[in-house]
Structure formats: structure tokens, C-alpha cells
Ligand binder design. Structure first.
Ligand code: HEC
Length: 128
């Protein structure tokens, strides 16, 4: 089970965050997301190869600038993310179809493809 790890696109976090995250899967945001060592290594390798440092996407650059050298492992804690979502009411994130800030896909339909662009964002008024 690595749903929690992979719902966030690799290019939205720097290497350091992925390393911290993947080294403590027993306490993965309140879930035990432990993996077989080989799977863990493969996933970590994939995440590092595709991390924000290795991406030229606009969001990667913004996240890197925003995280600086802090030990942030959740994009939702970055000043960049908070700023982009500051106009969204708390109730929207609590909506049954959203449930959590980390459920990017509820609002960013194409997020697995790494596309986080304004035109791909769903109309969140249905969550209000
Ligand atoms: C409740 C819906 C919702 C959730 C959940 C959500 N977002 Fe967003 N996000 C939005 C909306 C709406 C905007 C546009 C805000 C604006 O333009 O004022 C946005 C903007 C963004 C932007 C800026 C896009 C751009 O082109 O400038 C990024 C990057 C982003 N979100 C990433 C994420 C990530 C990563 C997650 C999951 C950790 C996430 N969002 C979760 C609704 C959401």
C-alpha cells in the first residue's frame, strides 16, 4: 500500500523531503505505510529521479524556493501551497468528496500526469 506516497506527484517535493518521508513509513501521516525493503528502495529511487530538483516545471521551482532548506515533508505546509490555496474555505477541504488538503486529485484532475495548471482545476464551487 503506497497510495498515500504516490498521490502527490514527485516533482512537487525536493529530494530531502522524499528521503525523510520514505525513511519513516511506519508513521506516514498517521498511517502505517511500511513497504518491503526492495519496494521502498525502488519507489525512493523513482521519487528522487523525479523530484523537484530534477524538474523544470514551474511548480517545482516555486516549491523549492518556498521550502528552502526546511524539513518539510508535506507540500501543504509550504508557504507556496498555503498561498495558492488561501482563498479556499476550510469547509471545502472538509467536503466528503475532498476530505483532506492532501487529496490533490479531488480538485486537480490530472495531477498524476504532473499537470497542475489553472485550466485543469475543477470548479470547486460544487464542494461548497
Ligand atoms: C479543494 C480543492 C483543492 C485541493 C484539495 C488542492 N487544491 Fe491546489 N488549487 C485549488 C484551486 C481552486 C487552485 C487555484 C487557486 C487560485 O487560483 O486562486 C489551486 C492552485 C494550486 C496550484 C497553483 C496552480 C497554478 O497553476 O498556479 C498548485 C501548484 C496546487 N494547487 C497544488 C496542489 C497540490 C499539490 C495539492 C495536494 C497536496 C492541492 N493543490 C490540493 C484547489 C485545490
Amino acid at each position: 500500500m503506497h497510495r498515500a506516497t504516490l498521490c502527490i506527484p514527485p516533482h512537487t517535493l525536493p529530494k530531502k523531503s522524499w528521503e525523510i518521508l520514505m525513511s519513516d513509513l511506519k508513521n506516514h501521516f498517521g498511517d502505517d505505510a511500511s513497504l518491503e525493503e526492495e519496494d521502498r528502495k525502488n519507489i525512493l529511487y523513482f521519487l528522487l529521479e523525479n523530484s523537484a530538483e530534477n524538474s523544470t516545471k514551474e511548480v517545482s521551482v516555486k516549491v523549492l524556493n518556498s521550502i528552502e532548506n526546511k524539513d518539510i515533508i508535506a507540500i501543504t505546509q509550504t508557504p507556496f501551497w498555503k498561498n495558492e490555496h488561501k482563498n479556499i474555505k476550510k469547509e471545502v477541504f472538509e467536503h466528503p468528496q475532498v476530505k483532506s488538503k492532501a487529496n490533490c486529485k479531488a480538485c486537480h484532475s490530472d495531477i498524476e500526469k504532473g499537470l497542475i495548471e489553472d485550466e485543469k482545476i475543477k470548479d470547486i464551487s460544487s464542494f461548497m
